[in-house]
Ligand binder design. Structure first.
Ligand SMILES: Cc1cc2nc3c(=O)[nH]c(=O)nc-3n(C[C@H](O)[C@H](O)[C@H](O)COP(=O)(O)O)c2cc1C
Length: 315
């Protein structure tokens, strides 16, 4: 079973991924949050940092891109293949109107002819291609016309998040629709959505026991040891876990400090990080509140001390 980390813009950046691999481990593959071309046709520096090799190494890292035209597709295939990636991932799932209105993300799903045109005219097979998608934009049947096109054009795997774009993250993943697709396409499909505990994982596996790839996002951010729990790897004792969480935090704090300018920018990264990180602690609400209201690095560090004085949540 391959467990991959879902891309979460603003959370699973290179700093997070690097620290996670060093201090926690258990994830087999990482996906970058999406890269997108700017109006001037280039890629912004923050996005370049995600893919241009750092210590992270690129073997287990899959860069993801948003695109709605042959030109954009060609740009990304050339860019990623020149950086020697083995695989790139096309985002057809992003639900936000700013993206879908431009015919990107899940905005592509009602337009199979567009997907076909882009693949036929742009894809040169320089690099393996995978796709991450939803069931549709407004209609959960959109995907039925898209999957055969992807298969015909040599896309190696499709990761399905079984919601429609319009839902954003509301409601439950539609396992029954995923089941229809899985019956037809089997392990050509990977599963993603709402696996937050071992129990959730088991529920999915009870229905689709042959799955060989699940992608997990928020569940891992809430419980860094979820991949190891799933794989049956021993989890460190609470005091050791706390040490690892502290090492993880310190590394992230230090890495942001190494290239960001000024306290404000660093705080803009650290505060969202605690939205999920605080969930490892008892009194998670108090912990997150203390971090959120801290002004400046000194106060922030006091709030961090307060957090680490709490017990970790019980198993
Ligand atoms: C804050 C946030 C940012 C996200 N950014 C991306 C992204 O850059 N690319 C992408 O394909 N999906 C993105 N997603 C969707 C996740 O990858 C994933 O499909 C979704 O969270 C469901 O999986 P989960 O329940 O395991 O988190 C994002 C989701 C959230 C909540």
């Amino acid at each position: 079973m391959k467990i991959s980390l879902a891309p979460l813009q603003g959370y699973t950046d290179w700093v997070f991924r690097q620290a996670y691999q060093k201090h926690i481990g258990g994830i087999d593959q990482f996906y970058t949050p999406f890269l997108v071309l700017q109006n001037d046709g280039g890629i912004k520096t923050a996005h370049k940092r995600e893919v241009e090799p750092f210590e992270e190494g690129s073997k287990d890292l899959v860069p993801q891109f948003l695109c709605g035209s042959t030109e954009e597709f060609k740009y990304f295939e050339t860019y990623f293949s020149e950086l020697n990636y083995c695989e790139m991932n096309w985002n057809m799932g992003c639900p936000y109107p700013m993206v879908t209105k431009k015919g990107k993300g899940s905005g592509l799903l009602p337009h199979p002819e567009k997907v076909e045109e882009i693949l036929a005219n742009a894809y040169q097979n320089k690099i393996n291609l995978t796709v991450k998608l939803r069931l549709g934009l407004l209609d959960d049947q959109d995907v039925d016309s898209i999957l055969p096109i992807l298969k015909d054009h040599g896309i190696v795997q499709v990761i399905v998040h079984p919601r429609i774009g319009k839902q954003l993250y509301k409601g439950k993943p539609n396992l029954s629709r995923f089941g229809d697709l899985y019956e037809k396409f089997g392990n050509y499909l990977a599963y993603n959505g709402d696996i937050c505990t071992f129990h959730d994982y088991k529920n999915v596996m009870d229905s689709f026991s042959d799955l060989n790839h699940v992608m997990i996002g928020r569940g891992i951010l809430q419980d860094y040891w979820l991949p190891k729990r799933i794989k049956g790897i021993e989890i460190p004792a609470p005091h050791e876990r706390k040490d690892k969480l502290m090492a993880m935090h310190d590394e992230i704090f230090q890495l942001y400090g190494s290239y960001l300018q000024g306290e404000t920018q660093i705080m803009q990264k650290m505060k969202p990080f605690w939205e999920y990180f605080s969930m490892h602690f008892e009194n998670e609400k108090k912990v997150y509140k203390a971090i959120k209201k801290s002004l400046g690095i000194k106060k922030y560090e006091q709030a961090v001390d307060f957090a680490f004085a709490q017990k970790l949540k019980k198993e």
